[in-house]
Design a protein around this ligand. Structure first.
Ligand code: COA
Length: 253
């Protein structure tokens, strides 16, 4: 079994961390595999949406491989230590997380950096770095996702929050059961897959770029992003499909 596998079905790529006996911790093999799989997804014309998940039911990803770190005396991880979406690797298609269990440290990061998150009741989200004298500089985007008091408490105490708390504060989109997690995540991914690809792409960009700038500048950028969408063939195909009561045939142009 590869450390990170990649399977595409009906336009949805499933990227799976495959070391459940180590709780899918971010070993060198997992980090390399993850980067390769994101690159594969980006280049894959047959895949419109990706889902990242972990094998097993205990953990989505237990974060930094503490044993490997202890053995190799890893100090400063470096900016490319692991692939981080929107930081050191960019994909221009949506990525969802199906969080099947604990998401701790870098595992929390892995869920956080995805566009949408579906999880299970027994999942835990936390950043225990403060317990190990490591750090969570990666947690900066939480500033746009959850209230500061909650971020502060999680980061300073290293205590995890459960799936219901994560849902209540808007950190996850859906809570499912272990039996239905993949089906529910695929259902959510399929809704996005079937939508107009140019609009999906521009919308993701708009939402992330908005966090980088003030309101007027963001509005200008959003207008510019959507010019291409409005002037596309797909922008006529959508209303035509509605009028003719049929499914749209997207061309992505
Ligand atoms: N790095 C390396 N190995 C890890 C690991 C990690 N982050 N997390 C778990 N493992 C290993 C354990 O050492 C154990 O190995 P062993 O069977 O050889 O003894 C195996 O995975 C199972 O771990 P265990 O703790 O028994 O599983 P669990 O299901 O009871 O608990 C977690 C799962 C994820 C809650 C728990 O393992 C945990 O808290 N891990 C550490 C998380 C962490 O602090 N990450 C670092 C962030 S900086």
């Amino acid at each position: 079994m590869e450390p990170v596998s990649y399977v595409v079905t009906d336009g949805i790529a499933v990227i799976t961390l495959n070391q459940p006996e180590r709780r899918n911790a971010l070993s060198a093999a997992i980090r390399t595999g993850l980067r390769e799989r994101f690159e594969q997804f980006n280049a894959d014309g047959a895949a419109r949406v990706a889902i990242v998940t972990g094998a097993g039911t205990k953990a989505f990803c237990a974060g930094a491989d503490l044993k490997e770190m202890a053995e190799e005396s890893i100090g400063l991880p470096g900016r490319d230590f692991m692939p981080i979406l929107n930081r050191n690797i960019w994909v221009d298609k949506p990525v969802l997380a199906a969080v099947n269990g604990a998401a701790l440290g870098g595992g929390f990061l892995l869920a956080m950096m995805c566009d949408l998150v579906v999880t299970v009741e027994h999942a835990m989200f936390g950043m225990p770095e403060t317990k190990w004298s490591r750090g969570a500089p990666w947690s900066v985007p939480l500033s746009w996702m959850i209230p500061q008091r909650i971020w502060m408490e999680m980061a300073l105490t290293g205590e995890s929050i459960d799936a219901h708390r994560a849902y209540a504060i808007g950190l996850v989109n859906r809570i499912s059961t272990p039996e239905h997690l993949m089906a529910d995540t695929i259902q959510l991914a399929a809704k996005i897959r079937d939508n107009a690809p140019l609009t999906v792409n521009a919308t993701r960009r708009m939402i992330y770029m908005t966090t980088e700038m003030g309101r007027t500048a963001a509005w200008d950028v959003a207008d510019a992003l959507f010019e291409r969408v409005y002037s596309s063939e797909d922008a006529i195909e959508g209303p035509r499909a509605f009028r003719e009561q049929r499914l749209p045939q997207w061309k992505g142009r």
